[in-house]
Design a protein around this ligand. Structure first.
Ligand SMILES: O=C(O)c1ccccc1NCC(=O)[C@H](O)[C@H](O)COP(=O)(O)O
Length: 268
């Protein structure tokens, strides 16, 4: 029941608008845009996922996050570079690094450290609400950005995706229900994330992917996100033709996140 208190997602989005204004006072939009255009080539996030799937393997986006609003602190001490190396050694296709500070205790330095420690493409996992953040993501080393349909209109997603593409980054559009899926399908990007977690209530159900995936047209790559904890969860998705996964908490709680990835996806 909604008692009028803003959900965490709404508070995150409100904070993001403040953050963009603060950051633009330190580095102007024009300077941020120029710096973004000078960055070296990206690593090809969507292509890395597709290569794994074409080879008949699961394509795992392995997440690096210190904490989350729903779970609190997941990992302490927290060493993004060591985790990135561990993930790469155990078969991850790509990384996802939380860069939000106020709600996930992350930062762009975590992304840079993780990316420099391995050869994998990296998703900047944050809450995009403004074009400024797209340029900033490129400077931070992102190979892919996330657009969450629950936070954005179709026009906003199309504009932000266009800027990301111009800068050479891939775009993961994330949905949680049918209305959001209809909106996401109006955005030109092959990567379609179905988040099993309702970002307003934190409720998690893998049925979200099972239901929505049936409506995903050919040409889009479904990535199931959140709540993947067991081999049974993985097999149930693969039986339905879903071969790309974004997993965080299960790995972050393990002594060796990479070893846990291997156990869950490659039966080591
Ligand atoms: O996870 C949260 O608490 C959360 C709260 C508000 C907005 C986003 C949130 N999480 C983002 C994600 O959905 C996950 O980081 C990602 O899909 C991995 O999920 P998991 O494997 O369950 O850690």
């Amino acid at each position: 029941m909604n008692d009028g208190t803003p959900t965490v997602l709404k508070r995150i989005v409100a904070r993001k608008h403040e953050e963009v204004a603060e950051r633009q006072r330190r580095l102007s939009f024009e300077d941020c845009r120029s710096e973004a255009r000078e960055q070296p080539a990206t690593r090809g996030f969507a292509a890395a996922l597709q290569r794994r799937i074409d080879a008949g393997d699961p394509a795992v986006i392995a997440e690096i996050k210190r904490a989350s609003p729903s779970a609190g602190v997941l990992r302490d001490p927290y060493d993004p570079a060591a985790i990135a190396r561990d993930y790469e050694a155990h078969g991850a296709a790509c990384l996802s690094v939380l860069t939000d500070r106020d709600f996930f205790q992350g930062g762009e330095a975590d992304l840079l450290a993780a990316r420099e420690a391995c050869t994998l493409p990296v998703l900047r996992k944050d809450f995009m609400v403004d074009e400024y953040q797209i340029h900033e993501s490129r400077i931070a080393g992102a190979d892919c950005i996330l657009l969450i349909a629950a936070c954005l209109s179709v026009n906003q997603m199309q504009a932000l995706a266009g800027t990301a593409r111009e800068l050479g980054m891939d775009v993961l559009v994330e949905v949680h229900n049918e209305a959001e899926l209809d909106q996401a399908l109006q955005v030109d990007s092959p990567l379609l994330g179905i988040n099993n977690r309702d970002l307003h209530t934190f409720e998690v159900s893998l049925d979200t992917t099972r239901t929505l995936h049936q409506r995903v047209p050919d040409g889009r790559l479904t990535i199931t996100e959140s709540g993947i904890h067991t081999r049974k969860d993985v097999d149930a998705m693969r039986e339905r033709g879903i071969h790309a996964f974004l997993v965080g908490e299960s790995f972050m709680r393990a002594g060796s996140p990479g070893y846990r990835l291997g156990e869950l996806f490659f039966s080591i």
